[in-house]
Design a protein around this ligand. Structure first.
Ligand code: GLN
Length: 539
């Protein structure tokens, strides 16, 4: 749309000193505050690694892979964006160096560059700029926030900083750079230190980018001296030095940023009307409930990446949302699937009144997951199986109730005599890994008389998927006859998407990932009801 490029404002968030300072949360918080003032906002993440997308990355390295409605496998920060803003993101909201190079190389092979020498500048930087402006060009956003992954000074992030330098020049007042740094506290000197921030801004200046606003992550409040010192050395006014103090919940960050006037400074600098100061009423109410839960519920999460909470980020956040909706705090016990067996499962489950079995790939820890499911099924403890968790529940049921002792998924045992979970027909011919699963939103029809129908209060739902294997419909009749009911089915393909166990207080398995759709404004109904059942089980 002509002219929209001028209207949309572009805000970049870069990081300095060290990684893990919370750029994603700062970006989501600022976006939340702008959204609360009535502006339309979207956020994208540019990741400087060479993988085309994080779908092929080990969760140990990179945490969870977040899946969008349109089936993009993306960085977990997009989950924060959706949870904070209650918006849907898409493939265009996450771009990696791999994807940028892929696009440039495809153009080169097509002959689009007409014999030019293809170089980092301008070809790679043009492709980066194109990805940034693509969201703005749709004409629907007042603000496009772009978070640059990695730390300034890294070789990988150089082309991104160069693209920002060029855009700052091209867009003038329609563009702003926020740099997030660390102001460490030295216990021995009893002092906050500004030098790392000064150096980090110097690095930005070497690349030709003067940050407009500095957000300083710190464990102690920044006094005026420190703010003035940072302002003096880094060429910003003191009101543009924003404190980002450590806090016990990411959901408090938007309110902390509001107190620090981050949104006001941004609007002033970018010459946009401040509009009305947002009350953030429902957000504050959420925080109040989060801070003062009326009760506690103990829930177990069986998975194989238990040392690393980032691997199950969306599930953990969904439980926080659902706990708050139930006025309760969910105390989550991570249970390593390789450390569970039928001998110790009772001990591992002691005190827990709900169990989630996590998504996953490969056979490591499978028998532990199955042992845990057998225990909760027999002991009437609420069970929620997600993707692989649902598949394990079907295997457990086939083995222990239907008398098929060798039942399995062909993912773990290709020669099983009873493949109750089998590879999907359309997956059989695919041999490359990235982006080839059944991904993104698919419709599902719920049986009217089922528990899930009561939970969703809707016959037709849509949920996001990320899997290759499915329930084998050849076994459908015997599962149903034994009480494991297919209560949600894809209306076109007849794939079973939800199962629930008759006569159990709460036993639901879902082939999709409901955790990707839970937000602060709309906690997911399945998680709310599961937590409610877990509370009831403990009463
Ligand atoms: N490994 C299983 C499959 O591919 C489950 C995937 C998942 O849990 N996301 O079907």
């Amino acid at each position: 749309m002509a002219g929209t490029e001028r209207k949309t404002k572009y805000i970049f968030v870069t990081g300095g000193v060290t990684s893990s300072l919370g750029k994603g949360i700062i970006s989501a918080s600022l976006a939340k505050l702008l959204q609360a003032r009535g502006y339309s906002v979207t956020i994208q993440k540019l990741d400087p690694y060479i993988n085309i997308d994080p779908g092929t990355l080990n969760p140990y390295e990179h945490g969870e892979c977040y899946v969008t409605e349109d089936g993009a496998e993306t960085d977990l920060d997009l989950g924060h964006y959706e949870r904070f803003l209650n918006i849907s993101t898409s493939q265009s909201n996450n771009v990696t160096t791999g994807r940028i190079y892929q696009a440039v190389i495809e153009k080169e092979r097509r002959g689009d560059y007409l014999g030019e020498t293809v170089q980092v500048i301008p070809h790679i930087t043009d492709e980066i700029k194109h990805s940034i402006k693509l969201l703005g060009e749709k004409g629907q956003y007042d603000f496009v926030l772009t978070e640059i992954g990695g730390t300034v000074g890294d070789i990988e992030s150089l082309p991104y900083i160069e693209a920002i330098r060029q855009l700052k020049w091209e867009l003038g007042n329609n563009c702003l750079v926020i740099h997030l740094t660390l102001v460490p506290y030295l216990a021995a000197a009893k002092e906050l230190k500004t030098k790392p921030t000064q150096h980090s801004v110097k690095t930005m200046l070497e690349y030709g980018v003067q940050p407009d606003i500095l957000v300083c992550r710190t464990e102690k409040p920044l006094n005026d001296n420190i703010r003035n010192k940072i302002a003096l050395f880094c060429n910003v006014d003191a009101s543009s030095v924003i404190e980002s103090i450590d806090t016990n919940s990411i959901y408090k960050v938007p309110l902390l940023m509001q107190e620090e006037k981050l949104d006001t400074v941004v609007l002033r600098k970018i010459k946009m009307s401040a509009r009305k100061m947002p009350a953030m009423k429902s957000w504050r109410q959420f925080i109040r409930k989060l801070e003062s839960p009326a009760k506690l519920v103990n829930i177990g999460l069986v998975g194989k990446y238990t040392e690393l909470v980032d691997a199950y980020k969306s599930i953990i956040e969904s439980l926080i949302h659902a706990g708050t909706a139930n006025n309760c705090k969910v105390n989550l016990k991570m249970i390593h699937s390789e450390q569970v067996n039928s001998e110790n499962v009772a001990e591992q489950m002691s005190g827990l009144t709900g169990l989630i079995v996590a998504p996953g790939f490969g056979d490591r820890g499978i028998e532990g997951k199955i042992a845990a499911i057998e225990f909760v099924r027999k002991n009437n403890i609420p069970f929620f199986g997600i993707c692989l968790g649902m598949q394990c529940a079907m295997i457990e049921f086939a083995r222990n109730v239907m008398g098929l002792p060798d039942a399995h998924s062909t993912e773990m045992d290709p020669d099983t005599p009873d493949p109750v979970i089998d590879i999907m027909e359309e997956q059989k011919k695919i041999h490359v890994k990235g982006g080839t699963m059944r991904l993104g939103a698919y419709p599902c029809q719920l049986k009217k008389e089922s528990r899930v129908f009561n939970i969703y209060k809707n016959e037709f739902i849509s949920e996001r998927h990320r899997h290759r294997y499915e329930f084998n419909n050849q076994y459908l009749e015997s599962f149903t006859a034994n009480g494991m009911l297919p209560s949600g089915v894809n209306p076109e393909t007849r794939l079973v998407e939800i199962v629930e166990l008759a006569g159990h207080p709460w036993f639901i398995g879902v082939q999709f990932h409901p955790e990707y759709k839970s937000t602060v404004a709309h906690p997911h109904p399945l998680f709310i009801d599961f937590v409610r059942a877990a509370i009831k089980c403990g009463d």
